[in-house]
Design a protein around this ligand. Structure first.
Ligand code: BMP
Length: 232
């Protein structure tokens, strides 16, 4: 069975006592997606990421590679190809590099490879207000123009999720980090229109990640059920 619709497990480290993808066999299927990034790549190497992708694929779980690509188009395309070879089907890139010679080339390569792109249009930390958020609407326009699969919008500033939802076609997925450890409540981003909530340390650093996942997923479901019921 595929895990909870809408919750993505961020694996920036492995749970305590877990050293390879085998010990994630019970955890991964609880979620709709997994997200891996630089910390795990640098600590565990590409083989670990490949094994995590294999386990996720087996259970039909979305495989998101979060290397936050931000470079000239040719270099991003090369990283994208390596990401695709590791077995990932979504790659996250920064919007601020711009289109010409940057994101346009990335989108062409993504379409050739059949890998989806999610574009960061704001970030969950306070510093995002210094630069990123001043261009939020321009980044959304870029995302819309490029026809990306998804955008990353923080749960810590929920009004941005509502704005993104209103501005983008309903087929564009909104992925929302900042839930749990960073302070946003479970289910609150989905109540604002996000398709996925990204949750990392609240699960991975918990003494019992399986129990924590079950509790958190239940809370997400209850919150979403309540807010959806109030719209009817
Ligand atoms: P945690 O739930 O442990 O705070 O993890 C959040 C995850 O979402 C991390 O993998 C982080 O890289 C990612 N993320 C974020 O926290 N804020 C952003 O603006 C963009 C992210 O990708």
């Amino acid at each position: 069975m595929v895990g909870h619709t809408g919750v993505v497990l961020a694996l920036d480290s492995l749970p305590g006592g877990c050293e390879d993808a085998k010990c994630l066999e019970n955890l991964i299927p609880m979620f709709a997606g997994v997200k891996v990034g630089l910390p795990l790549l640098l600590r565990g190497g590409p083989k670990l990421l490949e094994e995590i992708a294999e386990v996720s694929k087996k259970y039909g779980v979305l495989r998101i590679a979060d290397f936050k690509l931000a470079d000239i188009g040719d270099v991003m395309s090369s990283s994208l190809e390596a990401t695709w070879r590791l077995g990932y089907d979504v790659a996250i890139a920064h919007a601020f590099v711009g289109i010409r010679g940057g994101l346009d080339a990335l989108m062409v390569r993504a379409s050739e490879l059949g890998i989806k792109i999610a574009l960061l249009v704001s970030m969950s930390h306070e510093g995002s207000k210094e630069f990123y958020d001043k261009h939020f609407h321009e980044f959304l326009t870029i995302a819309r123009g490029l026809g990306v699969w998804g955008v990353v919008v923080p749960a810590t500033r929920p009004h941005l999720i509502s704005e993104a939802r209103a501005m983008l076609e309903s087929s564009v997925r909104i992925l929302s980090p900042g839930v749990g450890t960073q302070g946003a409540g479970y289910g609150t981003a989905m109540c604002r229109g996000a398709d996925y909530e990204i949750i990392g340390r609240s699960v991975v650093k918990a003494p019992n990640p399986l129990e924590a996942s079950a509790r958190i997923l239940k809370e997400v479901e209850e919150t979403v059920r309540t807010c959806r019921a109030s719209y009817v």
